[in-house]
Design a protein around this ligand. Structure first.
Ligand code: ADP
Ligand code: MG
Length: 239
């Protein structure tokens, strides 16, 4: 892969169209985590995915990201004209996950936690470090790039995960389209930092990304112009 090129060759034509779920279910053996969800999310705005703990928010995001084991998800997920929902197709369509619980590499610095996935996506090392520093500064961690992940507080770790997701999503957007799957990205943040992260997600959406923001915080959900509410796996879109 040449530097700066999209992460995949043979990428499908991406029109930047809507993310459409049609009768999507997620099952773990006998457990039905998502039950026939049908809904549409538009690029350019944040869609909040709400619901109590265990309602199926993470399962739904993972289905869109193509991150579930084979056979766990069924139904159709499309982005524009492209069928996604398998790991390769979702990644090619620009899906990026900010995982619940941050999932940082403990032995790496904050900067490298952001830069390494950028390098893996084809960004040259020096550019990746610069983009990582920019993303860390955007979440208020400009002083913490050299800290090991294991030295950071829960809230700081969460901000590193947000920075990593935003940097990757910006890269995907530059290559055509991005779907940011933000899974409770503000759960450990104080009020001001939470607002800052929400603004960053809105900015990314305004630049053309489709943003799904899973949250059980009503104040965070409030900012989203569109909402999908999950109740025991059943999805109701709120206009
Ligand atoms: N890997 C798994 N194996 C079995 N059950 C799971 C797994 N992941 C989630 N679940 C179950 O699926 C349901 C939905 O979980 P989840 O998608 O994590 O909801 P939320 O993110 O809204 O808390 C819950 O009943 C949960 O216990
Ligand atoms: Mg969850």
């Amino acid at each position: 892969m040449s530097p700066g090129s999209p992460a995949t060759t043979n990428a499908p034509d991406r029109t930047g169209g809507a993310l459409v779920l049609d009768d999507v279910s997620v099952r773990y053996g006998e457990i039905i985590a998502v039950d026939g969800a049908s809904a549409t999310a538009r690029p350019g705005e944040v869609t909040a995915v709400t619901g109590h703990s265990g309602a199926g928010k993470t399962s739904l995001l993972w289905a869109v990201g193509g991150l579930l084991a084979p056979g766990q998800a069924s139904g159709s997920i499309t982005l524009g004209d492209t069928e996604i929902g398998e790991e390769a197709t979702s990644r090619a369509a620009g899906a990026v996950l900010i995982p619940q619980g941050s999932a940082l590499a403990e032995a790496l610095t904050a900067r490298d936690n952001v830069a390494v996935p950028l390098v893996a996506a084809g960004v040259p090392g020096g550019d990746a470090l610069a983009q990582a520093d920019h993303a860390l500064a955007s979440v208020g961690l400009d002083e913490h790039g050299d800290h090991l992940a294991e030295e950071l507080s829960g809230g700081q770790r969460q901000r590193v995960a947000v920075a990593r997701g935003l940097a990757l999503a910006s890269l995907r957007l530059g290559a055509g389209a991005a779907v940011l799957l933000a899974d409770e990205p503000t759960s450990e943040l104080d009020h001001d930092t939470r607002e800052r992260v929400v603004v960053l997600l809105e900015d990314l959406a305004r630049r053309g990304a489709t943003v799904l923001l899973a949250t059980h915080d009503p104040e965070v959900a409030e900012i989203a112009p569109a909402r999908w509410h999950l109740d025991d796996g059943r999805l109701t879109p709120t206009p």
